[in-house]
Structures are given as C-alpha cells and as structure tokens.
Design a protein around this ligand. Structure first.
Ligand code: DX5
Ligand code: ZN
Length: 214
C-alpha cells in the first residue's frame, strides 16, 4: 500500500499542533516537513524551534525534506529530533556520499531528492547507499502547484534501476499529488507520496489520506 506523508506546509501554522494531531489520528504514515532557506528556493519556512514543536505533536515518523544550500549545517540542526528520513537535493550537494554517511551515523535514513529536470541516471553510483529517492513533481519552493506529468516516466525508469541496484530503496513523489494522479503513480512504482494542499484543503482530511493509500 502507498504510504502518505502530508506536507505541513499547507497546514494552519496558527494551529499547527491541532493540524498535526488530526493528520496523525487520520491515518497518515509520516509527517513531511519542508525546510526552505530562502537561497536554494525562493521561500523561507521553518527552523528547529518549529520542528521541535512538530516532533512533540506528531505520533508518526518525521520525513524532513531539505531545500537548502548548506545541507550539512541543516542535517546537524535537525538530527536531534530523530526523523525517520532526511532528504537533500542532489543539485545542491558536492559530496552526496559523505552526507549520506553523516545522516546514517545519526541513525536516520538518508534520501536524495531530484528536481523535475534531474535524471535518475545521476544516481547510478549512489542508489545502493540510499533508503529512499524523492522525485519532485513540482518545482520546489511552494505548495499548491500543478503536478508535472513527466515524473511518471521518471518513476518507471527509477523503478527499473532500483531493481538492479537496490530493490529495498523506496520511491517517494512530492508535489501536486491528489486523487486524480495517485493511480498512475501507483502503477509506475511509487511507494510514498507527499501531499499538502490536497489533504489540508479537503473537508475530511482522514478521507483524503485514505484516498491516496492505494
Ligand atoms: C514543495 C514541497 C512540497 C509541497 C507539496 O517544495 O516540497 O512538499 O508542500 O504541496 P502540494 O501537495 O500542495 O503540492
Ligand atoms: Zn517536500
């Protein structure tokens, strides 16, 4: 079954603890946290003070998605909150293998993120070291954007690659996911989806989560 990680970027930050409790009780599998530094992407989101509050409210594992320039600094900052995954963008990391080892040294599962224009073939010599690959299906930076269809063929290519190099590596897709595209994502080989606006704007969030758990 597909795992669902609601992106709290679309939550009400004035009532963040309530929103997090609602999605956790509503059956989500992880809580997706988008960390943006205003440099790698043109938006600024949350730091350790808020992540600490999220970690207290959440009863499901945390999935931290870094959209930042200085990955190592942010890994060190967020490791104490013991997330399940920390993912970083390949486009912004000169030494991905070293950073993977660092994330793993904290007992956290490492994941690499690919922007819509990046190719899975870049992961040929690093896929064996990963627990998950996150494919962006929007340009990173904002919630509520339209799904980029070309990610479907990218998932299929990555699925073939992982069978050869690391069958246990999960494939996660992030951005514009909803009940209209979830079946094609499932058919392509996706294991985890991130969904922000679809879940938080839904009048029944538990039902929205369920509709993606195919
Ligand atoms: C975009 C973020 C996503 C985003 C998803 O940079 O990584 O997690 O918040 O939101 P929706 O589902 O609204 O596209
Ligand atoms: Zn994200």
């Amino acid at each position: 079954m597909i795992q669902v990680a609601p992106s709290i970027l679309s939550a009400d930050f004035g009532n963040l603890a309530c929103d997090i409790e609602e999605i956790c009780k509503g059956g989500c599998d992880m809580v997706h946290i988008d960390v943006m530094d205003g440099h790698f992407v043109p938006n600024l989101t949350i730091g350790p003070v808020i992540v600490s509050a999220i970690a207290k409210a959440a009863t499901k594992p945390l999935d931290i998605h870094l959209m930042v320039e200085n990955n190592t600094f942010f890994v060190e900052l967020f490791a104490p909150f013991k997330p399940e995954y920390i993912s970083f963008h390949i486009e912004e990391e000169k030494h991905p293998h070293r950073l993977i080892q660092k994330i793993r040294s904290y007992g956290i599962k490492p994941a690499i993120v690919l922007n819509p224009n990046s190719t899975p073939e870049e992961l040929e010599y690093i896929l064996a070291d990963l627990d998950m690959v996150l494919l962006m299906s929007v340009n990173p930076g904002f919630g509520g954007q339209c799904f980029i269809d070309s990610v479907i063929s990218k998932v299929k290519r990555l699925d073939v690659m992982r069978q050869r190099l690391n069958p246990k590596c999960l494939i996660e897709v992030d951005g514009g996911v909803n009940d209209k595209n979830i079946q094609s994502l499932k058919d392509a080989g996706v294991d985890v989806v991130v969904a922000g606006s679809y879940i938080f704007k839904h009048q029944n969030r538990a039902q929205a989560i369920k509709s993606l758990q195919l």
